[in-house]
Ligand binder design. Structure first.
Ligand code: SAM
Ligand code: SF4
Length: 334
């Protein structure tokens, strides 16, 4: 099947019949933390500011996606809140026709300052990275301070975000012993919890695969201590959820390595320099920035997006070709 023309039908369908309705928008490749599995210490190879899409350019691209049937946008990074005025951008995106779900992935270090403004701007859901509840371990994993992240998390809860999903990358010899503590923490504070398998994205990600934990094993381990009820969550994302009986807690398992979910993939990624990446685990991409700056029309922009979606590969090959993705996760935002 070929990609659908925008004139015929306001939806994007990739060559494998998947409807693309979700864009992950990286507003910066910079970050105030250095999670060892994501970005190398001392890394300096960031995009030059003149290559960053401006807010006007981002709004234009997302508007074009909206007219092509995209409903969901997740603002990510790097750490999205290190870019100035992201709440202002969020308000502009939330107002676009067709966009009815605006969310953000963040490390929470700056949420104490920005949570209320983001909520007012129309960001409805937050995913927060939190791999450990132990300050020294947090410093070893991220180079940062746990109390700052926890302050941000609590500010987000006070600002009214619901649900807040905690993303924990589970790693052998690093934090695998904390999955039960994290379950208790999320029960206590009313967060949703998602466990993630390490992925070989960039050299940092490949090194981290030495700490790989199969989440099927984590699930079996948790089932010995908690009664896990098969559950569903709206959203159609990659996590498979269970509910912990007798609590409000839902736990999602994101298992790109042990059980890939590519057949239902509904998303593409736009990096800060205006490149569309079709798959987290492949290099297929399409550069929009030169086209935008050469003055293409809105109709041409939509045609280019349709062409780009035609490049979407069937699946990632993390297991078969783990050396393939050289960009860091911070470029495309996970
Ligand atoms: C790249 S971060 C960007 C957003 C924000 N800075 C944050 O940390 O949530 C998005 C997600 O990617 C995850 N991630 C980064 N590198 C990874 C890797 N090699 N394997 C699995 N997940 C990874 C992080 O844990 C985080 O949950
Ligand atoms: S995972 Fe998020 S917080 Fe950690 S280094 Fe990458 S972008 Fe920064």
């Amino acid at each position: 099947m070929s990609a659908t023309s925008p004139a015929a039908n306001p939806s994007l369908v990739d060559p494998f019949g998947r409807r693309i309705e979700y864009v992950r928008l990286s507003v910066t490749d910079r970050c105030d933390l250095r999670c060892f599995y994501c970005m190398p210490k001392g890394y300096k190879g960031f995009e030059e500011p003149e290559h960053w899409l401006s807010f006007d350019e981002i709004e234009r691209v997302i508007r074009a996606f909206g007219t092509l049937g995209t409903r969901r946008i997740r603002i990510t990074g790097g750490e999205p809140l290190v870019r100035h005025n992201v709440p202002e951008l969020a308000a502009r995106l939330a107002a676009l026709p067709g966009i009815d779900d605006l969310s953000m992935s963040t490390n929470a270090t700056r949420l104490d300052r920005h949570a209320e403004a983001l909520h007012r701007a129309g960001v409805s859901r937050l995913n927060v990275s939190l791999d450990t509840l132990r300050p020294e371990r947090f410093r070893q994993i991220t180079g940062g301070k746990l109390d700052k992240t926890l302050r941000g998390l609590m500010a987000a809860r006070a600002a009214g975000f619901a649900p807040i999903k905690i993303n924990m990358v589970v790693m052998k010899g690093v934090n695998e012993d904390e999955v039960e503590d994290m379950v208790q923490f999320c029960i206590e504070h009313g967060f949703t919890l998602r466990f993630i398998e390490t992925m070989p994205v960039g050299d940092t990600g490949r090194d981290a695969v030495d700490h790989y934990v199969d989440l099927q094993d984590v699930k079996r381990r948790l089932a010995e201590r908690f009664e896990l009820l098969p559950g569903v969550m709206p959203g159609g994302g990659p996590a498979r959820y269970v509910q912990v009986a007798g609590t409000e807690l839902r736990i999602g398992f994101i298992t790109p390595m042990s059980q890939h979910f590519c057949a239902t993939c509904n998303r593409v990624r736009l990096s800060v320099d205006g490149t569309l990446y079709m798959c987290l685990g492949q290099d297929h991409n399409y550069e929009l920035r030169p086209l935008l700056r050469a003055g293409i029309s809105d109709a041409e922009l939509r045609e280019h997006i349709v062409q780009a979606i035609g490049l979407k590969p069937e699946r990632h090959e993390f297991n078969e070709k783990p050396d393939q993705v050289i960009r860091f996760m911070s470029m495309t935002g996970g």
